[in-house]
Write a protein that binds this ligand. Structure first.
Ligand code: IPM
Ligand code: MG
Length: 360
């Protein structure tokens, strides 16, 4: 019996999670997975109901679960709240509370969507890269932090820090991932300016002899951003810290045509994980059946693979998503206007995936 905690969150979060759950229920039955789901609150909807972006009951349930499936958090309604009580704080707290240090963000271009990318098809076709982002350290969590001083003279500050053990554990996840893929790992830093990343580079280099088959390279983050747009296929696995990973993963996402297609996994050392689409809560399209649920559906596949050891069911979901794209179904974010496409809403594209899976 596996326990999954569902956190719909805000904006389009509940809509995309609803479709993903229908998909999970189908594979649960088909493959006899014995999955039990339990819903909880996070983000703005949790603030409205309890005053807290991450209620204690949510964190407790998440820690006791095998995996968590999350939609998205945040929205204009809560934008004026102080930093410490915003919806995003709920997300940062659950990442830290579950010790989810390893964030895997694959960027895969489906051939059917090549024309949805803003880059020329020959630059992106066949793109398949993985960003491994450290998720609970660096400048996001470093102390001291704050805004201090008298009005007009205030100073805002944050601290970017990584310890050797923190760098080592994310480094190992990245080397292992590279070992399973094309054995190329690029570590992204700013070692020409920032000491924290000088240490980062040193630790990555010190791990390298343990993975003789993996070819390790290093790149400054500004160049990495440029190279991602110029020649993204030079990369296979990239590993970087929290802030650089946040930025580069959005850039990588867009190479694939739509951020609405990209799943992610955040893992701790017990294989417990939080799975979420890379996109945000998109308040502008919330509640209108316009969102693309495929990133969340693909997140379910990542969950089955990484936390539940159910790779067969995961593969079935990935294949069903591919078939739905081949059949021409498109939500608005991935539509190119070509004939042969059928523009559908969130629920209908979810239906298409569910139908395929229930037929087997
Ligand atoms: C992400 C998001 C979050 C982050 C925000 C919502 C706190 O941008 O998951 O990439 O910065 O990590
Ligand atoms: Mg981000």
């Amino acid at each position: 019996m596996s326990k999954i905690v569902l956190l719909g969150g805000d904006g389009i979060g509940p809509e995309v999670v609803a479709e993903a759950i229908r998909v999970l229920e189908v594979v649960n039955q088909r493959y006899g997975l014995g999955i039990d789901v339990e819903e909880h609150l996070i983000g703005g909807s949790a603030i409205d109901a309890t005053g807290e972006p991450l209620p204690e009951t949510t964190l407790k349930a998440a820690k006791n679960a095998d995996a968590v499936l999350l939609g998205a958090v945040g929205g204009p309604k809560w934008d004026l709240l102080p930093m410490t009580s915003r919806p995003e704080k709920g997300l940062l707290k659950i990442r830290a509370g579950m010790n989810l240090f390893a964030n895997l963000r694959p960027a895969l271009l489906y051939p059917e969507l090549a024309s949805a990318s803003s880059l020329k098809p020959d630059i992106v076709s066949g793109l398949d890269l993985l960003i491994v982002r450290e998720l609970i350290g660096g400048i996001y969590f470093g102390e001291p932090r704050g805004i201090e001083g008298p009005p007009g003279q205030r100073v805002g500050f944050n601290t970017d820090r990584y310890s050797e053990p923190e760098i080592e554990r994310i480094g190992r996840v990245a080397f292992d991932a590279a070992n399973r893929r094309s054995k190329k790992l690029c570590s992204v830093d700013k070692a020409n300016v920032l000491e924290v990343t000088v240490l980062w580079r040193e630790v990555m280099m010190s791990l390298s002899p343990e993975y003789p088959e993996v070819e390790l390279s290093h790149m400054y983050v500004d160049n990495a951003a440029m190279q991602l747009i110029k020649a993204p296929k030079q990369f296979d696995v990239m590993v970087t810290g929290n802030l650089f990973g946040d930025i580069l993963s959005d850039a990588a996402a867009m190479l694939t045509g739509s951020i609405g297609m990209l799943p992610s996994a955040s893992l701790n050392s017990d294989k417990q994980g939080l799975y979420e689409p890379c996109h945000g809560s998109a308040p502008d399209i919330a509640g209108r059946d316009l969102a693309n649920p495929l990133a969340t559906i693909l997140s379910v596949a990542m969950m089955l693979h990484h936390s539940l050891n159910e790779s067969k069911a995961a593969l079935a979901i990935n294949n069903a998503v591919k078939s739905v794209l081949s059949a021409g179904y498109r939500t608005q974010d991935i539509a190119s206007g070509d004939s042969g496409e059928e523009l559908v809403g969130c629920h209908a594209i979810g239906d298409a995936v569910v139908d395929l899976l229930s037929k087997g």
